[in-house]
Design a protein around this ligand. Structure first.
Ligand SMILES: N[C@@H](CCC(=O)N[C@@H](CS)C(=O)NCC(=O)O)C(=O)O
Length: 238
């Protein structure tokens, strides 16, 4: 069984979708990041960066438990465990890995900042809002170009690169109109129809609806963006 420590944000949703796509036996433990679950010692032991998602696979390599944090690493692990959504041949595999890394290093961090300055920053800072909106537009154009003539990000096959990027494109996280990016929009709609995607979007959705603003009081904002975050790296793990 795989224990999945998560919350329905884009980084969590990608793991929920992957677990469903691979029909894996899993149990979800909600890590409510607005309440500070990410700072609990038991969680920091498996995710020292105080961020979800993380997994523990009780039947890891050599039948021994393994814990993994960072959603890209989790997707690669699950793909290799099941033999799904990541080609084995090196040339094809690294096509997928490069788009997965593009999501981890570009799509996630930039759309995350855009989301922050649009929705959660206590001050309205036009320069920051505009800078990240432009960056989201640039990234959307890169994806849109890549999808021209390609059903999925790396060609004809649906892979962990699509699974990683898709939840970030859910309208609301953007600050851009997805309809203006034709290829990206049709790719978005195709993936939206997958049964596993629908099931993945349901995970923990009673506690936080995917694609909807996360309700945060002052204490929650302090936990996510304030001094608690500044000091979190010094927290004792063991
Ligand atoms: N690069 C990480 C990012 C994970 C991440 O940013 N998680 C956020 C929610 S989407 C989180 O747990 N935030 C809690 C915190 O910063 O304390 C991954 O892809 O797993």
């Amino acid at each position: 069984m795989i224990k999945c420590y998560s919350w329905p944000t884009p980084n969590g949703i990608k793991i929920h979708i992957m677990l469903e796509e691979c029909s894996l036996n899993y149990k979800v433990y909600g890590i409510d990041i607005t309440k500070g679950d990410q700072f609990k010692k038991s969680f920091l032991k498996i995710s020292p960066n105080n961020k979800m998602p993380a997994i523990v696979d009780e039947e890891g390599p050599n039948k021994k438990p393994i814990s993994i944090f960072e959603s890209g690493a989790i997707l690669m692990y699950l793909a290799e465990k099941t033999g799904k959504f990541l080609p084995k041949l090196k040339r094809e595999k690294y096509k997928v890995v490069q788009w997965l890394m593009f999501q981890m290093g570009g799509v996630g961090p930039m759309l995350g900042q855009s989301n922050f300055f649009h929705h959660y920053c206590p001050e309205k800072i036009p320069y920051a809002i505009n800078r990240y909106k432009n960056e989201v537009g640039r990234i959307y154009n890169v994806l849109d170009k890549q999808l021209k003539g390609n059903k999925y990000l790396t060609g004809n096959n649906y892979t962990i690169a699509d699974i990683a990027v898709w939840p970030w494109i859910i309208p609301y996280y953007q600050g851009q109109k997805i309809e203006n990016f034709r290829n990206l929009y049709s790719w978005y709609k195709i993936i939206n129809e997958r049964t596993a995607v629908k099931k993945g979007l349901n995970v923990l959705s009673k506690r936080q609806k995917p694609g909807k603003e996360i309700k945060m009081n002052k204490a929650a904002k302090e936990r996510l963006y304030g001094n608690i975050q500044r000091d979190a790296g010094k927290m004792k793990v063991y």
